[in-house]
Design a protein around this ligand. Sequence first.
Ligand code: MSK
Length: 641
Amino acid sequence: MSKLRDIQDVSIDQGVQELLEKARREGVDTAFDRADQMSTCGFGSTGVCCRHCLEGPCRIAPNGKGPQRGICGADVHTIVARNFLSHLTEGAAGHAEHGREVALTLLEAAEGTAPYEIKDQGKLLKVAQDLKIDITNKEPKEIAKEVALKALEDFSKQKGIMNWVELRAHKDSLATWNELGVTPVNAHLEISKSVARSAMGCDADPLNLVLGGITMGLVDGYAGLHLSTDLQDILFGTPKAVKAQYAMGVLKEDMINIAVHGHVPMLSEKVVEWARKLNSEAKEVGAKGINIVGVCCTGNELLMRQGVSVASSFSSQELVIVSGVLEAMVVDIQCVMPGIQAVAECYHTDIITTLPYVKIPGASHIEFHPEDADEAAQAIVRKAIGNFTKRDPAKIAIPQETVEAYAGFSTEQVVEALALINQEDPLQPLIEAITSGKIRGVAAIVGCTNPKEKQDIGNVTVAKELLKNNVLVVATGCAAHSLAKHNLMNPQGLAYCGEELRQVLEGIGQAAGLPSLPPVLHMGSCVDNSRPADLLTAIANKLGLPIRSLPVVGSCPETHSPKALSIGTFFIAHGVDVHVGVSPQVSGSSVVTEMLCGDKVSEGVTAEKVFGGKLIYETDPVKGAQLLLERIDSKRAALGI
Ligand code: MSK
């Protein structure tokens, strides 16, 4: 058996270290330790293993020493490109399914069959008008129904382009995609086509396969990210600045703790509502009340709109249970480790799955459908209440540390803050700061944490390097958890900012009556990567420039999920350079690597030549940040600023 890492090498989060030590003491297996025991497969990690049919699996030998083609004759470039496309398809499908479920919920809310309000009527009207829906003399519910039906067309129409591409895409980016023939018609059609073309005996052209991957990035971006954010804001409210607490210390010994985990906010919003309503029942069993804590992106969704505390990002999700005070972990979709059930069986925690297509052996299942959301949420909260007295006092240990963080920076909230400086032209102060060099560029730090990496170190290091160099940083997903836990979303983090950036943050903050904006702006969950994209589109429109020419970059230092690859591809398709710190599993093909990572002087077709942005793979976060700064500077130079 491989040696396990010292706990200090697993995470830089003190609370995670304490709980991992406890888990090891109690003989509880976690993802961090399983990662240490898993040897890396040289074929899979370079993308050269093909499992698309039953002739194989086939593997291409490195350095020409062994088979150079699969049994069907596919060479390494076809195999790597096809595997890359499969990853992107999986990522896009996850987010598209998220979008479709939100659209159905909006439809049911509008028809009165699901118990949800329309919380942001202003956004509803704006989206409806932008979709060219006639809103004259119509009730909000009528308009919401038409918006929901427009959204559902993006999963069914057979001609034209997706409605949300027309709604949200920058015209120059769209012109490039149309010229290449990669603009999606509808999400399901494109995902189905992508699965079909990846099958044995279909698409064998690496370039064509990578272009298919661009379509998957756009499906993810528009049917997943933009559509989900827009409709979730309409249903649950557009986030505004909010203060909350992060880290494992948000668990409370004297309260009933319920973790909400996954991605889709329809159920978790109801769990929060019913936890408030059933507080008196919690007191009857001896608890002071009910404490909801967030994990992964469900955590981000509730944080952004309700200020709910966040306990854990992806890689340490099992350790929330190891605290011994978690009565229930409620999960929906994506990033839910099957391993949580085995951990829960060592404590009194109930794992509750809620969707018919996401189950875990041994877990409880309370099925959720929007129309009976209240009943499901009540049953979940009552199940947790029933567990409170089953705790084993000998197994309780809650790390003390919590960290204060400011979140809730939707695009609308950012624009509102800027409007306090220039009401007529809110984007102007930001553009002036970029043009003058006070803000050298803008970076979105996004994506995950990964059990095989030292948790938080990549996300935090890239952020600090960029902040030090006066780059404005926004964050989403589990990367936002890392940055919040390490004081980059509260005033303490201003110490990491370059002098000029700090002045800008203070200037905007003081206009809003605060000492400063936080150094990193939390824009939300994975699907909320639509928010930085919206901000970029607005800036590009204002300047009359394509997005590809702006000094903006993305970074995903600790990703584990194919969803991060499809989101990254969405940004590359706009001409934004994207850094990843974990192998995207394409290095087995020089051709595919060159297409994605090559520069302007590379031979052949590259993402940089076609779109103006490329993939940057660098495991060292300091070097990764330096490469991003170089890209920012070259875009500034091209603009003459
Ligand atoms: S939850 S996709 S680990 S960000 Fe969105 Fe976190 Fe990555 Fe899942």
